[in-house]
Design a protein around this ligand. Structure first.
Ligand code: FMN
Length: 327
């Protein structure tokens, strides 16, 4: 399997990504995936949060399956939860290619995809009539051309579309690749988004948990403002963190975009730790630079209830799930 993963490195990153997921789909269709990854009960370490039963606490971070095309396959690999998206109201192409860059020597990726996705209706059509064992989250965002309050409407629109068909929703204000999106870390903007979402929840009598995914590049003051309004806005959890635009963490970084993978571990884990130290009641999902069991356990020790991976999965392939979860 490892050799198989290495072959993909001969392709440009985005092509490799699609080929790898397509291969998983084919292996799953012909029943071979189960041979590589039999229903491994060793992975099970069930936890219950928000009345959701997590088979284990390792999940797929947003961006890997933006449109809900590969949920069956990702679930077969043993993940406890899968976060789909980011999805926006209208389909969009994203930024010009090339827009994903590997830094093999540092086990990092820089991406400036810009929320390329097939739109929220497509995603809903993929997950609507399915029952999954894994917990399914949908990560929602705003279209690139939406400005000011239209952005708020985009989150509301997506939330209304998806909440019936998934287990949790993530409000993503932290992608560095949609201009000015990160300005939504401002408490006034967050209040507008969560006020509307909470109204929908209360009108429809749903308790679906809603998480907020934050950036590792905000200053402490902004993060603590968010932490302070967390309860008032009835945010159910923080996902810490998205990619970073801080080029200091990646040696020889020559591309614009969000940095993920090994170099992000320290920064994102530091954020997690600080928030947890400040308020232990905040539900935290740790993400950023997890490649090993030790990385995973460190995030949990420092306050994460759940952990997600993306870049580690790209570099190590599906075997990373076993590597992290086997006891
Ligand atoms: C190619 C790529 C695309 C991504 N797309 C999204 C996205 O659409 N929405 C999102 O919230 N995060 C996205 N992310 C960020 C990841 O979900 C994660 O927060 C980040 O990569 C840090 O985790 P990692 O070091 O395990 O990759 C993306 C990351 C990568 C590498």
């Amino acid at each position: 399997m490892k050799a198989f993963i290495k072959i993909f490195r001969f392709f440009p990153p985005e092509t490799a990504h699609h080929l790898a997921l397509l291969s998983l789909k084919i292996l799953n269709k012909v029943g071979i995936l189960k041979l590589f990854f039999p229903d491994n009960k060793d992975f099970d370490n069930p936890k219950e949060y928000f009345n959701l039963k997590f088979r284990n606490t390792l999940g797929v971070a947003a961006g890997l399956d933006k449109n809900g095309d590969y949920v069956d396959e990702l679930e077969s690999l043993g993940f406890g939860f899968v976060e789909l998206g980011t999805v926006t109201p209208k389909p969009q192409e994203g930024n010009q290619k090339p827009r994903v860059f590997r830094y093999l020597n540092q086990q990092a990726v820089v991406n400036r995809l810009g929320f390329n996705n097939k739109g929220v209706n497509y995603l809903v059509s993929k997950i609507k009539n399915k029952k999954y064992d894994a917990v399914i989250g949908v990560n929602i965002g705003a279209n690139k051309e939406s400005t000011n309050d239209q952005r708020i409407e985009d989150y509301v629109f997506c939330f209304e579309k998806v909440y019936k068909y998934c287990d949790y929703v993530t409000v993503n204000i932290s992608s560095p690749n949609t201009p000015k999106l990160r300005k939504l870390h401002n408490p006034d903007e967050l209040e507008k988004i969560f006020k509307r979402i909470n109204e929908i929840k209360s009108t429809n009598k749903t308790e679906i948990p809603v998480f907020l995914k934050i950036s590792p590049d905000e200053d402490e003051e902004t993060i603590f403002k968010i932490v302070n309004i967390y309860k008032t806005l009835k945010i159910n959890g923080l996902i810490v963190t998205n990619t970073s635009i801080d080029k200091d963490i990646l040696e020889g970084c020559s591309h614009e975009g969000g940095i993920s993978g090994k170099p992000l571990f320290k920064k994102s884990t530091q954020f997690l730790k600080r928030i947890h130290e400040f308020d232990k009641d905040i539900f935290l999902v740790g993400v950023g630079g997890v490649f090993t069991k030790e990385d995973y356990e460190n995030k949990i020790r420092l306050g994460a209830s759940l952990v997600q991976i993306y870049t580690g999965f790209i570099f190590e392939g599906p075997a990373i799930v076993k590597k992290i979860l086997s006891r």
